[in-house]
Write a protein that binds this ligand. Sequence first.
Ligand SMILES: Nc1nc2c(ncn2[C@@H]2O[C@H](COP(=O)(O)OP(=O)(O)OP(=O)(O)O)[C@@H](O)[C@H]2O)c(=O)[nH]1
Ligand SMILES: [Mg+2]
Length: 305
Amino acid sequence: MSKKCGTVSIIGRPNVGKSTLLNHLVGYKLSAIANKPQTTRTNIRGIVTELDKKDDSGYQLIFTDTPGIHLNSKNLLNRTLNSEAVAAVEDVDAIIMIVEALKWTDEDDFVLSRLKHTKKPVILLLNKVDRIQEKDRLFPYLEKVGAKREFTDIIPVSASKGINTDIVIESLLKIVPESDFIYPEDHITDKSVRFICGELIREQLVLNLHEELPYTTAVEIEVFEETDKLVTIEVVIWTDRKNQKGIIIGKKGETLKRIGQSARRSLEEFLMKKVMLKQWVKVEENWQNNPRHLNELGIISNREL
Ligand SMILES: Nc1nc2c(ncn2[C@@H]2O[C@H](COP(=O)(O)OP(=O)(O)OP(=O)(O)O)[C@@H](O)[C@H]2O)c(=O)[nH]1
Ligand SMILES: [Mg+2]
């Protein structure tokens, strides 16, 4: 019987729910989620495979979660986030653009302008519909956004509650070609376990730190050792300035302790093993503008240096 397989990029301005959708579709927490813009810093693939072994039929959809496309790129890190996301629009079978239902901002227009020249099918998702009480308000909004460009489908969804995500899959299956699977059926991402663990730790930094700190910190895993029962992870938290180091550590080390405890819980859930986590905070001034450092953190690739 026939198999389908295709690639799909998920794009949109920051904070609309791209990573939430990816995690929901894959069924694992692969990508960091936070109610702050620019949480995602690199393209992350999440693979959804449905295979009926009886007649060898099914599908594999390879989604790419991307950093939020934003205006006002201040530093090299910001600019790299935008170019990562825009690059993800090339060489895919379909594009999912996400906006927040009933909200349309200048940044959404900016995202749309990045899609001006693409001939790929674009599906528009109006996310966070669970927040909308009067669903009638969606109809005029649907009409208004539908006039902005040609979309293959416009689907109101809730990525966090899983509302209408099955319709998104149906819509994609009409687009992707018949083809063998690209990844083995049990693969869920192109990233290493070590990378995902780094993201889970960084998620706790973004959630527990305030003001500019989520944007001026990065995580580098220095030791990742796995035995039958235990995973030992040693991590450096990079920050921009000396005074930020003090804030991350907190009074009597309390902030860092809280971050470590939450990170350990989410790492243990992901790895299904006990985790020993050791954290160090180090200062590297202006790392967001340092290509070498961005490369070491896996945010910028060698070819871009
Ligand atoms: N109520 C509601 N909240 C949602 C939904 N989807 C995402 N969120 C919330 O929106 C915030 C942003 O979600 P993310 O998935 O991190 O957004 P993102 O688009 O990946 O953001 P960046 O990586 O910064 O570009 C989080 O607080 C999510 O919990 C939804 O369907 N309903
Ligand atoms: Mg994200």
